[in-house]
Design a protein around this ligand. Structure first.
Ligand code: GLA
Length: 385
């Protein structure tokens, strides 16, 4: 058996050595070290990949990803605006690269995402300058889903619908306004027809919130009762260091609740924001984001406290937070199919620009140079080996 101390040591050395070249990994090789190896037998361990990593063929980052993870999600390449930027004009280029990379490295691939209200071109909802009918929108939805799932038949797991519920209610997106609440059901039906054996997931953020949790449970059980099967629930898991929100109890209770109802649980977009919450600076509606430079110097100092590096104390707090989260995941591993972090290097994270633009955040497991952070080692320490 590999002793954990040796495992950690060998991981660091190998990562540094491999970082200068790009190579492929088999499952056997990956099983010797890295994050997915540490949780072998518990759940798949994935990351998301950005378009520019694939387009520029960033061999350093791709090699690190192939070594550490056994599952991948495209950050943007498989969203509607990426795949069908114009009506009936599909652009498969980057998504094909993403799929090739996963297949070459024997990785599990998740299709993300078929139906969402964001990153979707306006044409979808419009014809001759008018909002289209329910019938036409359903046709467009079906056509998109079947085209995408047909091309990527080998992808056996799909985020079908993203973020339909806000608080305890329906989000009044264009999907909802034109089709009505049935749009979620229809999306799952179209996806099921396109690939009957695929694992189909409903994905959302903030599911630890009891109201939202109940609303999603209600929605999914309605679908299942009407014969439209939803296999799993994706908990995006954009967590915070501030106030350790949400608590590990809430996280665990949420996983248990969905599992008890028979859903596979997927942790789909994990990151831990180390910066103070900044929601009050977002003006909505419509959503308008401020840049950190537009805020008074005094407030900016508070909101963006670590522009030149994460202090040791906070780095340790982040590592502890990650350890306690993975402690829950390990305990709940019978109920969890996959844990995916939303990016590999800190520099890739969307959290520098959300909810306000231009801050410096440290939410992931590797620093900007690809070195494992304290948080990486604390996660590894929660693994099996
Ligand atoms: C949501 C989406 C992701 C990503 C993040 C922000 O969680 O599901 O695809 O866009 O927002 O980066």
């Amino acid at each position: 058996m590999i002793n954990r101390r040796n495992l950690i040591k060998s991981t660091t050395i190998t990562a540094a050595a491999l970082f200068s070249g790009c190579r492929r990994f088999t499952n056997q090789e990956r099983a010797l070290s890295g994050l997915s190896a540490a949780f072998e037998g518990q759940f798949r361990f994935g990351t998301s990949i950005k378009n520019n990593t694939l387009q520029s063929n960033d061999t350093n980052l791709l090699t690190l990803i192939a070594k550490e993870f056994n599952a991948i999600t495209a950050n943007n390449a498989m969203k509607w605006e990426g795949l069908q930027p114009k009506l009936n004009e599909f652009n498969w280029q980057i998504a094909d690269k993403f799929i090739d990379f996963g297949q070459q490295n024997n990785m599990h691939i998740t299709g993300h995402v078929l139906v969402w209200h964001k990153q979707i071109p306006n044409y979808v909802f419009i014809k001759d300058d008018k909002i289209i009918s329910k019938k036409l929108l359903l046709q467009r939805m079906e056509q998109h889903i079947s085209n995408v799932m047909e091309r990527y038949k080998k992808v056996t797991e799909w985020d079908v619908v993203n973020e339909a519920i806000v608080g305890g209610k329906w989000l009044e997106s264009k999907w909802y306004k034109i089709i009505g609440p049935d749009y979620v059901k229809r999306a799952f039906q179209f996806a099921r027809n396109a690939n009957p054996s695929a694992t189909l997931i409903y994905n959302d953020y903030g599911i630890t919130n009891p109201k939202k949790q109940q609303a999603i449970l209600g929605l999914l059980s309605k679908l299942n009762n009407s014969g439209v099967r939803v296999d799993g629930v994706g908990m995006q898991s954009h967590f915070s260091l501030e106030k350790n929100f949400p608590s590990t109890d809430m996280i665990e209770q949420t996983i248990e609740t969905f599992a008890r109802q028979g859903y596979q649980v997927f942790i789909t977009e994990l990151d831990v924001d180390v910066l103070p919450r900044a929601w009050k600076y977002v003006r909505q509606p419509p959503l308008q984001q401020l840049h950190i430079n537009e805020i008074s110097i005094r407030e900016a100092k508070y909101l963006d406290p670590y522009p030149n590096g994460l202090p040791e104390k906070v780095s340790k707090e982040l590592a502890d937070r990650y350890a306690s989260i993975f402690n829950v995941f390990s305990r709940q591993s019978d109920n969890i199919s996959r844990v995916t972090v939303w990016g590999t290097l800190d520099t890739e994270s969307w959290k520098h620009d959300w909810p306000i633009l231009g801050r410096t955040n440290y939410p992931l497991l590797f620093d900007n140079k690809g070195n494992p952070k304290q948080a990486y080692f604390s996660v590894l320490g929660e693994g099996n080996n």
